[in-house]
Design a binder for this molecule. Structure first.
Ligand code: C2E
Ligand code: MG
Ligand code: MG
Ligand code: MG
Length: 288
């Protein structure tokens, strides 16, 4: 449908949307123009990956990084993933987008290792549509082969909500990924309707607590209790916890006191372009 709409928009002008109110019309025009531009952006390499460090709460050392897609539109400027990822998902463009991201993250990580940086794991976000495809693990395997990245240096993040649909297929795909040696995280945990005991069915390694809970730990007693319980339960299920959205020292201290393993957030670093991320990576010792 979106394709048809785009064509009619191009050839006949905007007034041909007979059944739409003006507001919906505008929304649609906006969505359609973003869709067309995004299609081109993927093929023209207008997308870029930024990297946000994952940090060990206890030692303060970097323990990995998350790749986050950025789009610098030639006319509209910076468009946030919160805006274009949903459009990519609705239109099916997400398959190409996520594949581009996967490939670029693996390529960059392998390049860092070849340049002599100590190996870190890179995490890639994958949409519901992708994790539910029967050929997803195969695709990941192919990208790993093509980029020469060792599977242990790749992690896949899927949101709690995206594994709630087609659960059996998701579990199969995740099992295949685990067999490959890829790590798995549940992202935005706490925002969906699952429970930790339910998630036990999934072969996952990490649980990322959504930033809405983390932001509240200092002033909202129910948030701090929820986070404490999540950490304890995750521990009982042998999952490691990553706290998202840590913005200050007080929240980090709360995580230390409650034995959360890892964190991400502006307090340590915002997502960085590759050349900035590179400065945070450790050079391996070389002997001559
Ligand atoms: P996410 O995977 O949960 O990523 C975390 C988001 O929180 C990122 O937003 C990050 O920049 C932001 N963030 C990190 N630390 C802090 C903090 O301390 N404070 C605040 N306020 N925000 C923080 P971003 O990059 O805008 O991405 C938003 C969402 O878009 C991501 O949520 C993810 O669901 C999706 N996304 C991003 N890149 C990709 C991608 O390559 N593929 C897919 N399918 N989705 C992506
Ligand atoms: Mg994520
Ligand atoms: Mg998240
Ligand atoms: Mg999120």
């Amino acid at each position: 449908f979106a394709n048809l709409a785009m064509q009619s928009c191009k050839h006949n002008g905007r007034h041909n949307f007979l059944f739409y109110t003006p507001n919906m019309n505008q929304y649609h025009d906006h969505q359609i123009s973003i869709e067309g531009d995004l299609r081109e952006a993927i093929t023209r390499n207008e997308l870029q990956l930024y990297y946000q460090p994952k940090v060990n709460v206890e030692t303060g050392y970097i323990s990995g990084m998350e790749a986050l897609v950025r789009w610098n539109h030639p006319e509209k400027g910076f468009i946030s993933p919160g805006e274009f990822i949903p459009i990519a998902e609705e239109t099916g463009l997400i398959t190409q987008l996520d594949e581009w991201v996967l490939n670029e993250a693996c390529r960059q990580n392998q390049q860092w290792m070849e340049a002599g940086y100590a190996a870190e794991r890179v995490a890639v976000n994958v949409s519901a549509n992708e994790i539910q495809r029967t050929d997803f693990a195969e695709k990941v395997n192919r990208v790993l082969q093509e980029t020469c990245l060792d599977p242990q240096f790749l992690e896949i993040e899927v949101t709690e909500n995206s594994v709630m649909q087609n659960t059996d297929q998701c579990i199969r795909t995740m099992q295949d990924l685990k067999t490959l040696g890829v790590s798995l995280s549940i992202d935005d945990f706490g925002t969906g309707y699952s429970s930790l005991s339910y998630l036990r069915k999934f072969p996952i390694h990490y649980l990322k607590i959504d930033q809405t809970f983390i932001k509240g730990v200092l002033h909202d007693p129910s948030d701090s209790e929820i986070v404490k319980v999540m950490i304890q339960l995750a521990d009982a299920f042998k999952l490691e916890v990553v706290a998202e959205g840590v913005e200050n020292a007080e929240v980090l201290q709360f995580l230390q006191e409650n034995h959360c393993a890892y964190y991400q957030g502006y307090y340590f670093s915002k997502p960085l372009p590759p050349e900035e991320m590179e400065k945070l990576l450790t050079k391996k010792q070389t002997y001559s």
